[in-house]
Design a protein around this ligand. Structure first.
Ligand SMILES: C[S@@+](CC[C@H](N)C(=O)[O-])C[C@H]1O[C@@H](n2cnc3c(N)ncnc32)[C@H](O)[C@@H]1O
Length: 216
């Protein structure tokens, strides 16, 4: 399967606020059911250094950040290229392009389902840019593979909002394979002492690049 270049409905202009809000709520629930949120919370808990402030890059309406704050009691901040029409409670969200704009300082950053929105060069730029404001970046994304695509069609799409049902299929076909992501992370960190661990979950339901930036 080649990487598809189609844009997602949520990325387009003119999506009514209520439909966008429903789609982001669905995404937050999907992250809970698939264990993505648990993975991030667990990784933050096990971090050997103090984690006081957490940044979600490409946070949408901040639903996952609200879950992280509730479970860990840490300070949270989100960044998204789009201004959130609706936001989760009091989650602070800054509008910025995470590939090039200055990002808020935090101990650890994470991103969910953001990487596949970017070109190869955009992803490399994102990884380098996050390293200017955080010491660790947990990049979680989908995997381009036939099995998660089939599972999504069968078990998730029928229960999701129309936007998520359509965007989910595009997202998986637009994602990086494990080796493509590993290669781009390697390119972003080349020449530095920064390190990354890459893992793929069973059934290819997600991949994670856990990046620790070298501290100057
Ligand atoms: C599929 S949504 C995922 C939202 C949220 N992370 C989640 O998983 O529930 C991808 C988000 O990334 C944002 N995004 C795309 N490109 C971005 C960029 N260059 N900088 C910051 N955010 C970006 C989009 O606006 C969108 O809200």
């Amino acid at each position: 399967m080649n990487r598809c270049q189609e844009s997602e409905l949520l990325d387009r202009d003119g999506v009514p606020d209520a439909q966008a809000a429903r789609a982001y709520q669905d995404l937050t629930r999907i992250h809970r059911y698939l264990g993505d949120t648990r993975l991030i919370v667990g990784a933050l808990r096990r971090d050997p250094l103090p984690v006081r402030r957490v940044l979600d890059v490409g946070c949408g309406h901040g639903g996952v950040l609200a879950d992280v704050r509730k479970q860990l009691g840490v300070e949270v901040v989100g960044v998204d290229v789009k201004s959130p029409g609706v936001r989760h409670g009091s989650i602070p969200i800054i509008q910025a392009d995470a590939t090039r704009d200055p990002l808020p300082m935090a101990d650890v950053a994470f991103s969910m389902y953001l990487g596949h929105h970017l070109s190869d060069d955009g992803l490399v730029a994102l990884i380098r840019n996050v390293g200017r404001s955080c010491r660790r970046f947990i990049l979680l994304d989908l995997v381009r593979h036939r099995l998660p695509l089939a599972l999504f069609r069968l078990f998730v799409a029928p229960l999701a909002s129309p936007i998520v049902a359509i965007d989910g299929r595009i997202s998986i076909r637009r994602s990086y394979t494990g080796s493509e992501l590993e290669c781009l992370v390697g390119k972003a960190l080349a020449g530095s002492a920064s390190r990354s661990r890459h893992s793929i979950a069973p059934l290819w339901i997600r991949q994670v690049a856990d990046i620790s930036y070298a501290q100057d």
